[in-house]
Design a binder for this molecule. Structure first.
Ligand code: NAD
Ligand code: WQD
Length: 336
């Protein structure tokens, strides 16, 4: 019985589809291409050497969802579909609440109508807000500081309530730290629209000549070199974490929450230096003002995922930089 992957044409979803297909799962993918391109589907098939069913549909379209569940005997859902730009969520909050939260409610209603009660959800370290200390454990207080983060927090609560109402639900909430990197083939990777918001795609676009320099947002943070520290995790390690989470939901019911990070924090300048070292590219940068809302340090304690799922990140920052660059240099214009 197939696994439904929502948002499977996106950055993390596409890498997870490859890992699922490689592991022998049958998958059904749904995406509305609001932040992705159809070409990614060909690339997934090419890498995995296997075909899968795809629906170009929106989670907000009840009839479209009904069709997917009627035509396929779905066993479980991995739910990536959502909007994720923090800044945009501050200027257009209703778009984020509507798409992310209503989309998830429609999905869960369709699942319930068809007796599908196993879901792995893409949450985010952003639910912790400004953590009281690092490394961050799953039982730390939550306090997202922007509408995007609040959609993740609210969806976590909705899925917990669903389990309380019906103990047959199996829910795994995965709180990702900072995913970067790409499949080692260089055929799939992150393809942001317009000017990248996140550090690694910005660096790779400087390296490929699309941007002239990196703006480093502040060097007066309380960190070893003054620039912000984050827990960067290779997207393939993250994708593999979803297979472990899927095995967990299939084993039984309940709600389980896991941090997916490496447990190591690197500063902006650590990332720049490592990128330069492994790629031989020079990344010109200037120090600018802090970006509003940014925090000093954020990295995971990922030990719960290791103890309960048997998962840990295997790839290091050099792998992440090498694979991000391999994708960008082979696809300077992304999937276009
Ligand atoms: P992405 O934008 O590349 O992928 C999301 C996909 O969902 C896109 O292909 C988009 O077209 C699709 N989508 C959005 N709304 C939809 C809808 N209503 N119906 C159907 N499809 C829809 O993002 P990503 O980086 O792959 O992230 C995947 C998930 O992980 C998201 O939920 C995101 O919030 C979460 N997450 C991402 C990060 C990160 O830094 N990339 C970190 C933590 C959590
Ligand atoms: C990393 C570091 C910046 C760009 C975001 C979301 C979070 C999650 C992951 C979804 C910070 C610095 C960045 C640049 C810079 N996504 N930076 N120049 O902010 O940790 O997390 O993505 O859930 O919710 O907020 O990631 O890659 O934007 O920034 O100096 O051009 O790089 O200040 O220290 P962030 P990021």
């Amino acid at each position: 019985m197939p696994v439904l992957v929502t948002g499977g044409a996106g950055y993390i979803g596409s890498h997870t589809c490859v890992e699922l297909l490689n592991a022998g799962y049958d998958i059904v993918v749904v995406d509305n291409f609001s932040n992705s391109k159809p070409e990614v589907l060909n690339r997934i098939k090419e890498i995995a050497g296997r075909d899968f069913k795809f629906y170009a549909a929106d989670l907000l379209d009840r009839n479209g969802l009904e069709r997917i569940f009627s035509e396929n005997c779905i066993e479980a859902v991995i739910h990536f579909a959502g909007l994720k730009a923090v800044g945009e969520s501050v200027s257009i909050p209703l778009k984020y609440y509507y798409n992310n939260i209503t989309g998830t409610i429609e999905l869960c209603e369709a699942m319930a109508r068809h007796g599908v009660k196993k879901i792995v959800f893409s949450s985010s370290a952003t639910v912790y807000g400004n953590p009281k200390s690092v490394p961050i454990k799953e039982d730390f207080p939550l306090g997202p500081t922007n509408p995007y983060g609040r959609t993740k927090y609210m969806i976590e609560e909705i899925l917990k309530d669903l389990y309380v109402s019906d103990n047959e639900w199996g829910v795994v909430l995965l709180r990702y730290f900072n995913p970067i990197g790409a499949h080692e083939s260089g055929r799939i990777g992150e393809d942001p629209n317009g000017i990248p918001n996140n550090l690694m795609p910005y660096i790779t676009q400087v390296a490929v000549g699309k941007m002239d320099k990196l703006n480093v947002f502040g060097n007066d943070y309380n960190t070893h070199d003054g620039t912000g520290v984050r827990d960067y995790i290779h997207v393939i390690d993250l994708a593999k974490g979803h297979l472990k989470a899927l095995e967990k939901v299939m084993r039984g019911s309940g709600v389980d929450i896991y941090n997916l990070g490496t447990g190591t924090g690197y500063s902006v300048l650590d990332v720049v230096k490592t990128f330069e070292k492994v790629t031989g590219q020079v990344i010109p940068y200037v120090i600018t003002d802090r970006r509003p809302g940014d925090i000093d340090m954020c990295y995971a304690d990922p030990s719960k995922a290791f103890d309960e799922l048997g998962w840990k990140a295997e790839k290091d920052l050099e792998d992440m930089c090498r694979d991000s660059w391999n994708w960008q240099k082979n696809n300077p214009n992304g999937y276009e």
